[in-house]
Ligand binder design. Structure first.
Ligand code: HEM
Length: 456
């Protein structure tokens, strides 16, 4: 392997400082990382939790190096995903190596834009039902509503119905949602307080969550069995998973594989989108001129009707709003990869075992890459302006072979939600409500997004 020596030394956070910072890091990682970048530059060595050696970067070229060019010698670091796979098994997000590649090849075509057309109707149906209920709630009490849990509910229902359409019953849907929330909260606890893992085991909390995970599996397995047994054919993601065949054997997935893949789609596919939508409502509430422009476009393209799949590419400005919101508040604000072999990037030695951390939030707000990076300006994503963006400087969906498989699904869903809600309501942020980021596994608004919502 060549070792080009284009850099003399790579800055480093002293281990002692990293340990001292680790408590502050747990409560507010973004401010710790931003301070370190301001002092040390875009790439530096650090100690994660004061223990594991890490290389943090906001350099697009290094991120492209680990996610794409040298992806074969990097794995997702086990810190987050081991916990998730403990409860929900090995789906695309939590698998690695040959198994991941085989599954990715099988599943990816089902998420292609052309295949998603069939899901427009399902998504629109969920949105309509959700907004009818929302209208009724607003009639009863319109003293302000937190849109964050609302977006979580909506995004969860959209994934659930896109996967299982009418096969999933309302009470099952609510139960799955409760279980997922509880599992995710527990996983966050395990990741943030690893020194308490012995206690989670002793106190029975681990076992309680394992029981919940089994209940989750049973609900999904019953739906899968029912679909196979009845031989129904539907236009949903489960059908896509059932119909897909491995190239080499011509066989389909087993029920266990179907279960694990659909469980992971639930997890990967709702909180990220709900966060993106919540940040969008916040940003739009601060930019009435953008709302006016978006509404004018919606009126012009749709003339008061509901969007079809064919209308979506014409909602260009709306899509720019989505892209710009995810630049400022990327729901997946960070990712990491562990080097499984020694590696070099522009003279930086990345020893085997080092975790390279791609800090997407920092990339999106770097003044080396963006003009006036903290300001909201959807025109950055106009067709012309996009051309001048450096590769790997915009990463809401990651990059390389493990790019988010649901990216077109998510964009389509957000277009439909924004179009429907902007046609129906006006939004004003409640006075004194502070909207600040909380960076957990995803980037959420710490105190939610409290709005006064006025039907138009
Ligand atoms: C705004 C919404 C979304 C955002 C910001 C987002 C972001 C991401 C990112 C950054 C990754 C790559 C992580 C890494 O490389 O370490 C990823 C992977 C993934 N996403 Fe998404 N995602 C979103 C919505 C969805 C939806 C709706 C689905 C499914 C319905 C989905 C399914 C997945 C899956 C299965 C993976 C793993 C892919 C693989 O490793 O092969 N995501 N997502």
């Amino acid at each position: 392997m060549t070792k080009p020596s284009t850099r003399s030394t790579t800055p480093s956070v002293h281990r002692f400082k990293a340990i001292r910072n680790s408590l502050r890091f747990v409560s507010d990682p973004i401010s710790v990382l931003d301070d370190q970048i301001a002092r040390l530059g875009p790439t530096f060595f650090t100690y994660i939790g004061g223990v594991y050696k890490g290389l943090l970067t906001t350099e697009p070229e290094l991120i492209q190096h680990i996610l794409q060019k040298h992806h074969r010698i990097y794995r997702r670091s086990p810190m987050h995903f081991d916990k998730l796979s403990h409860f929900l098994g090995h789906g695309l997000l939590t698998s690695e190596g040959d198994y991941w590649l085989r599954q990715r090849r099988l599943i990816q075509p089902g998420f292609h834009r052309s295949r998603l057309a069939a899901l427009t109707e399902i998504m629109q149906g969920v949105i309509d039902g959700f907004l009818d209920n929302f209208d009724r709630e607003l009639e009863k009490n319109n003293s302000g509503v937190d849109l964050y849990p609302k977006m979580m509910e909506l995004a969860f229902n959209i994934v659930a119905r896109s996967l299982f359409s009418a096969n999933i019953k309302e009470h099952e849907l609510r139960r799955l949602s409760t279980i997922i929330t509880s599992l995710q909260e527990f996983i966050i606890k395990q990741i943030r307080q690893p020194y308490l893992n012995w206690w989670f085991d002793m106190s029975g909390q681990l076992q309680q969550h394992e029981i919940l995970a089994r209940e989750f599996d049973e609900i999904l397995l019953a739906i899968i069995h029912q679909r196979r047994l009845r031989g129904e054919v539907r236009d949903d993601l489960l059908q896509m998973l059932l119909d897909s065949r491995y190239e080499d054997t011509g066989e389909g997935m087993t029920d266990r594989q179907l279960l694990e893949e659909s469980a992971i789609l639930f997890v990967a596919g709702h909180e990220t989108t709900a966060n993106a939508l919540s940040w969008m409502w916040y940003l739009l509430s601060q930019h009435p001129e953008t709302v006016a422009k978006a509404r004018a476009e919606i009126d012009q393209v749709l003339g008061g009707r509901k969007p079809t799949f064919e209308d979506l590419p014409q909602l260009e400005y709306l899509t720019q709003i989505i892209e710009e919101s995810m630049r400022l508040y990327p729901p997946a604000w960070i990712t990491d990869r562990i080097a499984v072999e020694d590696d070099y990037f522009e003279g930086i030695h990345i020893p085997k075992g080092v975790v390279v951390i791609a800090y997407f939030y920092g990339v999106h707000r770097s003044d080396r890459l963006w003009t006036d990076p903290h300001s909201f300006d959807p025109d950055r994503f106009s067709k012309d302006n996009k051309k001048s963006q450096a590769p790997y400087s915009y990463l809401p969906f990651g990059g390389g072979p493990r790019l988010c498989v649901g990216n077109s699904f998510a964009i389509m869903e957000m277009q439909l939600v924004l179009a429907a809600m902007l046609q129906r309501y006006d939004f004003t942020l409640m006075p004194d409500h502070e909207v600040i980021p909380q960076a957990l596994i995803t980037l959420r608004p710490r105190h939610g997004v409290r709005m006064r919502v006025k039907p138009l």
